[in-house]
Design a protein around this ligand. Structure first.
Ligand code: SAH
Length: 241
């Protein structure tokens, strides 16, 4: 009984690890949110695909576990890394009742890393990754974490920066960070990394407040040392030059 939980990276096959590719080659059934199954389907057209809508995570993991327990080698796919706001933990929790199920979590390139590379080198010093989604996390806790990371001069990477219901969360996050950092702090935004319409842009923290992010955007807020160099966002490690 085998279940892989696979991070497929940002979207393009180039940024998928060999281990992820091998897991998908071996799987008979691939389960995931339809946006992600559509990304891998052209690479592995002869598999059985099962998908659910975006908020069907529990149902999706249950479906995958059921397939695996019934003897079908199954892979759950997540974008980026399956352990970063992905389904790895949920699958492990739901599979507790099936100790003989062989679960293998396969690492993937998370948006902080693929987006960071696209922007330059924003994460060369300590950074904090925070999701602005309050579907499963109280908003007060999100704000507390933003403030803690901002006050400790971490570079911030914001996942899920916006949705229709949370249109002003990015602005509010910027305003919290502005209590600790100057308005000209170097920031960067990436959108749809490794997918059609890939974009990147640098901003100051002051400008970032008015950026209209969507669910395919990841936001980077530099620390007090971050600089812009020929259009790249760079956080120096501190070497003397
Ligand atoms: N498991 C994923 C994160 C899922 S949460 C990972 O490790 O990357 C969804 C959020 O991830 C999005 O709102 C966005 O902030 C970020 N994200 C995922 N894929 C992205 C991509 N290709 N380009 C830009 N941001 C992405």
């Amino acid at each position: 009984m085998k279940l892989w939980i696979v991070g497929i990276g940002p979207g393009d096959a180039q940024q998928m690890t060999q281990a992820a590719k091998q897991a998908l080659e071996q799987a008979e059934c691939i389960v995931g949110y339809s946006v992600y199954t559509q990304l891998v389907q052209p690479l592995y057209p002869h598999k059985t695909y099962l998908s659910t809508a975006m908020t069907g995570e529990v149902e999706r993991c249950r479906m995958a576990i059921e397939q695996a327990v019934n003897g079908t080698k199954t892979a759950v796919v997540c974008s980026g890394d399956s352990g970063v706001y992905g389904m790895a933990a949920l699958c492990c929790q739901l599979a507790e009742k099936f100790p003989s199920l062989d679960i293998e979590v396969v690492a993937g390139v998370t948006a902080a890393l693929s987006g960071g590379a696209l922007l330059g080198a924003p994460l060369t010093h300590d950074f904090a990754v925070i999701s602005l989604s309050d579907l499963l996390t109280p908003y007060e806790l999100i704000q507390r974490r933003i403030e803690a990371a901002a006050s400790a001069d971490f570079v911030l990477v914001l996942y899920n920066p916006s949705s229709k219901k949370r249109a002003d969360y990015l602005r509010q996050a910027c305003q919290l960070v502005l209590r600790y950092r100057s308005a000209d702090t170097v920031c960067g935004v990436v959108r749809s990394v490794g997918r059609d319409g890939e974009e990147k842009q640098l901003f100051t923290l002051g400008e970032l407040q008015d950026y209209k992010a969507d669910m395919f955007t990841t936001v980077f807020i530099g620390n007090s040392q971050t600089i812009a160099l020929h259009g790249r966002m760079v956080t120096p490690r501190g070497y003397s030059l």
